[in-house]
Write a protein that binds this ligand. Structure first.
Ligand code: ATR
Length: 274
């Protein structure tokens, strides 16, 4: 029940109508009986939203497209990792002091590292966009030998230089996967409705490979299904979504998140979408 003293958290983006964040966070509050509510605001002027957050005492905000970069200049402090990645997806309001963080990074590595360690592993990353930057930064920080492959080779080169990757190439260099320990797909290939698509020929998959596909719609992609059939381990994309919300929840409320309940609600909603 929303009351006069209910703490408010929110999502800020444009558009936000299809976001599952309110559902997942509110299910968590309800499970723990917390006097919190999570709303979604469709915002075009991010500066005004940050002023509003201070003025209204909004406890925490998830930041999504198109504000993840622009929001940084309206904050009092940006966490060093978020600065390195160049994007903020979470803002915490500590007595009008706004601090920006990136829980996409935390979510991605919590999901990956519950399946495999990263240090010393040979990792191949597909893609060179924003999600690729987040994953590539972590893979290098955590001591992987990193190869970045992308359809547009020059973008792979640019990302490789930025994060200090060990090698890069185009999609004609996919053979690197056959000797890799970790494969991360950050491209949208395989996403609904093109669920029959994959960038990775089946014969390159093998039992020693952990495949993390950031695509979460469908929950099970052709790539993860084929990786599993080849005897490898898999990390589903929705886990990144879930764990970034879990980290936000804990930052906003100070309570350990009911991850099981949040997962149930997230998976149920993703399944119900089609
Ligand atoms: P995000 O921020 O989610 O990472 P993005 O910045 O749009 O999204 O990046 C999308 C990535 O998916 C890019 O690496 C893109 O490759 P290009 O740099 O060549 O455009 C990749 N991608 C998208 N569709 C693809 C396809 N059909 N085949 C191969 N790569 C694809």
């Amino acid at each position: 029940m929303v009351r006069a003293d209910t703490a408010v958290c929110c999502l800020i983006g444009h558009p936000v109508g299809h976001s599952l964040s309110p559902l997942v966070h509110n299910a968590g509050y309800e499970a723990l009986g917390l006097n919190f509510v999570y709303l979604a605001f469709d915002v075009t002027e991010i500066k005004l939203a940050m002023d509003g957050m201070r003025g209204l005492g909004i406890r925490g905000a998830g930041i999504t497209i198109p504000h993840k970069i622009a929001v940084m200049k309206y904050l009092d402090e940006v966490d060093s990792l978020a600065r390195e990645i160049g994007s903020v997806n979470t803002v915490i309001n500590e007595g009008s002091h706004l601090r920006g963080l990136n829980t996409d990074y935390d979510g991605a590595f919590k999901a990956l590292e519950e399946i495999t360690p990263v240090e010393g592993k040979r990792a191949v990353l597909l893609g060179a966009g924003g999600t690729a930057l987040t994953l590539a930064t972590g893979l290098k920080r955590k001591g992987a030998y990193l190869t970045i492959l992308n359809r547009t080779r020059e973008k792979a080169a640019g990302l490789a230089e930025r994060v200090g990757a060990d090698a890069y190439g185009g999609l004609d260099d996919l053979a690197a996967i056959s000797s890799a320990d970790i494969l991360v797909n950050t491209t949208s290939v395989g996403m609904w409705p093109e669920t029959g698509e994959t960038l990775v020929p089946r014969e390159l998959l093998h039992p020693g490979l952990t495949v993390f596909d950031v695509v979460y719609n469908p929950l099970r992609t052709r790539l993860t299904a084929e990786a599993e059939a080849a005897g490898g381990k898999i990390v589903h994309g929705y886990k990144m979504l879930l764990y970034q919300a879990v980290v936000q929840f804990e930052l906003f409320t100070g309570h350990k998140a009911p991850a099981g309940r949040m997962e149930e609600v997230l998976v149920g909603a993703l399944e119900g979408r089609r």
